[in-house]
Ligand binder design. Structure first.
Ligand SMILES: [Fe+2]
Length: 384
């Protein structure tokens, strides 16, 4: 990310900064990689450590699908909905030690606060609109937004309608802009499919000077806690730095097209140390006179491929609905279903919209996958 600032803070770091009542604001360095990575400095009204109670809580977790066969899978996430807020309505489908993939279908806003202390979160907003409220300020979101929330950020989501649908991906390492999309100073290059203007950092900082009891649900891997603060968690009067939540809308992505089929890395959005996020957006197809726009069969021996389908007609796949996920395990070939290659020849453009996650370690399915599984998907390449 780039340097951003909101609210008020002193002229230098680590110097006195008084409130109107002549007491000090409390400075908090919010940093990555110890003291060596990117960071922000926040200024609180109260000590961020002022906690009245720490309580471990039990949460129902999704069971592992122990006997899941090694096969290609497709499942329909819109068919399995849990009610609740954007945190409590999450349904976990796929995971490994460095990636978790869930969906959420909230019909209500968060009443308490939440933070994930072991994982950064990327929330793709498929449907609905609302506001991501954080201690760094608020970001209004709309359909198609990726909300990237660094680990440790306290947040709430206010939904403005009842039909919100979200894809939620967690990672212990940050969602970064790929290195080759940036120059040596970190600025997006001319060849990148987006630039700094497309990213939306928090734009409004509302400071709450409230004492009382405020519950923050803290997720630490599989464990959950409630930390009860003696003050409102959004007591920041100002901050500056490079580490903060932000939004980027999928429709701002300017796809790179070619004379012949371009491989998925041209569709990269974010990279982590353990997986990449790509998106397929409406674009013109390849312009060689004999081009086959549909992908060729391919075996990725080092990555599991997960595609979440958003809108449009997907060029290589049949039976897709909104919210469908396909999961193609590493080491097995995959490609267009019968008829789809031929169908793509001569086509000039596509209106497909999808988000892909390619993980560098195998993903385990939960029993939620089994509940909404498309039967016989693994045999759908048999031509009749
Ligand atoms: Fe693929």
């Amino acid at each position: 990310m780039f340097y951003h600032k909101l609210g008020k803070f002193p002229q230098k770091r680590h110097i006195t900064f008084y409130k109107e009542d002549k007491t000090l604001h409390r400075e908090e360095l919010f940093s990555t990689k110890g003291f060596s990575g990117i960071y922000s400095n926040k200024y609180h009204l109260y000590m961020p450590t002022a906690i009245k109670e720490i309580k471990k809580v039990q949460k129902n977790t999704s069971e592992v699908w122990e006997s899941a066969p090694l096969e290609w899978r497709m499942f329909h996430t819109f068919d399995l909905e849990a009610q609740g807020d954007p945190i409590s309505s999450r349904m976990l489908y796929l995971y490994n030690d460095t990636c978790s993939i869930s969906t959420a279908s909230p019909d209500q806003s968060c009443q308490s606060f939440y933070k994930n202390v072991y994982a950064h979160e990327m929330i793709f907003v498929h449907q609905g609109q609302g506001t991501l409220k954080t201690d760094f300020g608020a970001i209004d979101y709309v359909e198609g937004d990726y909300l990237v929330i660094p680990k440790g950020v306290v947040y709430q989501i206010e939904v403005k309608d009842k039909n919100n649908k979200m894809l939620v991906v967690e990672s212990p390492t940050p969602f970064d802009i790929p290195k080759h999309f940036r120059n040596e100073y970190g600025q997006c290059t001319e060849a990148a499919p987006y630039c700094e203007r497309d990213f939306r950092p928090p734009s409004r900082l509302e400071t709450f000077d409230n004492k009382g009891e405020f519950q923050v649900y803290v997720k630490a891997g599989k464990d959950w806690y409630i930390h009860t603060l003696n003050h409102h968690p959004f007591d920041v009067v100002g901050w500056d730095g490079f580490e903060y939540p932000f939004a980027f809308n999928i429709h701002e992505y300017a796809p790179i097209v070619g004379k012949i089929h371009q491989p998925p890395p041209v569709h990269l959005v974010f990279t982590t140390e353990s997986f990449v996020v790509c998106n397929f957006v409406p674009r013109l197809f390849d312009f060689h006179e004999q081009a086959i726009p549909a992908p060729y069969f391919h075996t990725n021996v080092d990555s599991d491929e997960v595609i979440y389908y958003v809108e449009g007609n997907f060029m290589s796949r049949k039976g897709i609905k909104k919210g469908t996920i396909s999961h193609h395990p590493m080491g097995l070939p995959h490609g267009p279903q019968p008829g789809k290659t031929e169908e793509s020849v001569g086509k000039k453009e596509t209106n497909e919209l999808a988000v892909m996650i390619d993980t560098f370690a195998p993903l385990q399915s939960t029993s939620n996958v089994k509940k909404v599984l498309e039967p016989n998907y693994a045999k759908s390449w048999l031509e009749s």
